[in-house]
Design a protein around this ligand. Structure first.
Ligand code: SF4
Length: 235
């Protein structure tokens, strides 16, 4: 007879205790930056962008490990690309700072030379993301639209501020299969200008102690459920 009361392995005490132990190893957050980062400004929620700047996000260990996974895959793809003949600029070419140091960014890479690829001209900005299979398929199908606009904005802001107007080479790794998707992101001056203006407006409001609006009135919106500032935002 089938035993429907049988616990799955994830619900067994040893697993629950093990994960509690791991969770306790998470160091206190040290993520508060004293500047607005280019990776934040594409969010549809102005308040989230402001919190990302000023408030320590609360991430479970699992989420921090997903960030680590991103760093790992970025380094791996970079190694593969160097072996394939791409030449990256040194780190000091990847930073920009603006608005008296309150708006800053750090690109993943700048390609100086490399193999011929259709449409790719050097120098070219290089950005890498590692995403789950569902997101990877969505980007493969539709590019950087919708949820991934934040990546698009980040890329065009780096192009504008680092003065690299050639199309950027965007590489996206599927975390499940390690498939890699490479495509070009043309520079969009109007988009870069509008988000640069947005960054300055956010800085001005924040310096004036103005709390920016939420993008929704629904704390149960799925995007709020994924936001590291939900507790702070909705009390
Ligand atoms: S919880 Fe929702 S509304 Fe509040 S900052 Fe995060 S995304 Fe914005």
């Amino acid at each position: 007879m089938l035993d429907f009361s049988r616990l799955i392995l994830a619900d067994k005490p040893i697993n629950l205790d093990f994960n509690r132990l791991i969770e306790r190893t998470t160091p206190p957050s040290e993520n508060t930056r004293h500047y607005l980062g280019a990776s934040m400004i594409g969010s549809e929620c102005l308040r989230r962008t402001q919190y990302d700047w000023w408030v320590d996000p609360e991430f479970p260990t699992r989420t921090l490990d997903i960030f680590e996974r991103g760093h790992f895959h970025e380094a791996l793809v970079r190694r593969r690309m160097i072996a394939a003949g791409f030449e990256f600029a040194s780190n000091n070419r990847l930073h920009f700072t603006s608005a008296s140091g309150l708006f800053r960014g750090h690109a993943d890479g700048l390609l100086l030379r490399g193999p011929e690829l259709p449409g790719l001209a050097y120098p070219a900005l290089w950005e890498h993301k590692c995403v789950n299979a569902k997101s990877w398929r969505a980007i493969e199908r539709d590019g950087l639209v919708g949820l991934y606009t934040v990546y698009l904005v980040q890329t065009v802001i780096y192009q504008a501020y680092l003065d690299v107007m050639n199309p950027a080479l965007f590489v996206c790794t599927n975390a499940d299969t390690c498939e890699r998707l490479a495509f070009l992101v043309p520079f969009d001056a109007a988009l870069a200008q509008s988000f640069s203006d947005r960054a300055l407006a956010i800085i001005q409001s924040t310096m004036a102690d103005e709390l920016l609006p939420r993008f929704t009135n629904d704390p149960d919106d799925w995007r709020c459920k994924m936001c590291a500032h939900r507790k702070q935002c909705w009390g």
